[in-house]
Design a protein around this ligand. Structure first.
Ligand SMILES: [Zn+2]
Length: 65
């Protein structure tokens, strides 16, 4: 299985969510022990491509699989 999960628009997220400190869906604070890595994504930031490392909490991970 290699399904790409639909993520929120990174432009609408807080900087904490964009750097993986908070869940991309519910903004819960994440620790390295519980966060689920969604894999790096390329985003278009003001005309330049940037790498984004979205992470989510276990609850949202289950809900979005
Ligand atoms: Zn969450």
């Amino acid at each position: 299985m290699n399904t790409v999960i639909d993520l929120p628009d990174p432009a609408a997220l807080s900087s904490a969510q964009q750097r993986g400190a908070q869940c991309v869906w519910c903004s819960a604070g994440l620790s390295n022990g519980t966060a689920h890595d969604l894999g790096p994504r390329l985003i278009d930031a003001h005309g330049t491509s940037a790498l984004w490392f979205p992470r989510c909490c276990p609850t949202c991970w289950k809900a979005h699989q």
